[in-house]
Design a protein around this ligand. Sequence first.
Ligand code: OOG
Ligand code: MG
Length: 250
Amino acid sequence: MATDIKKLAEIVDTAAIEATAIPQLSQSHSFTLDEAYDIQAEMINRRLVRGEVRVGMKMGFTSRAKMIQMGVDDMIWGRLTDGGVISLRDYVHPRVEPEVAFLLKKPLTGPTTPMQAMAAVEAIAPALEIIDSRYEAFKFNVQDVVADNASSTGFVIGPWCPPDTDLDNLGGIMEFNGRPVQIGSTAAILGHPGRSLAAASRMTAEEGETLEVGWIVMAGGVTEASPLSAGISVRNSVEGLGSVGFKVVE
Ligand code: OOG
Ligand code: MG
């Protein structure tokens, strides 16, 4: 039987709205990776219909630390909209991870080299991504997590830096209330975050999308993600780029 893309999209969308964990879709339905991206597209479409605006895309599993933490060893991507969740009550089991973000001044589409991809960059910033899986126990396979928009929930961008800022091996620290919880280097992102941007261009084109001017591209977690709870002030400081933070309230 053909996979019911619309129905599965509604199931993950509803779980996100209601902040309720659901069993992995793959436990009750079998669907391909291509179909998982179709479910994701349909789920995002539901949000756009509700008035959210598409603002970019995110890469996932571009570092070994993330692949190992989640037990998935393929790169994935998700679609970013401006509709992030603000209150802790609206999350299922949120986590935060240190990232870097790109702002595009030229469109990017299809296979490209990291050098060509970096030539499309307007600015680079330290960033934090808040992820939240709609699946019970934050457990999934690659199709499940793609259908759930790569666990995308929110992101915070720090000061934009010039595009020629050297991104090689910049040390970074993510702190909770001033205490380091994750330490890493931008080199953890495929050796250089520019490779993640090139992969973003190639992988989105496979689904018929172009990375548009003005879009934000999140390069992927440098380290493992850490669980969030009320009272935590999070800060990610990246050598040469500056820092970004937020505080979690009830
Ligand atoms: C999936 C999202 C992965 C990253 O930066 O690697 C991701 C997850 O870990 O739940 O955002
Ligand atoms: Mg991420």
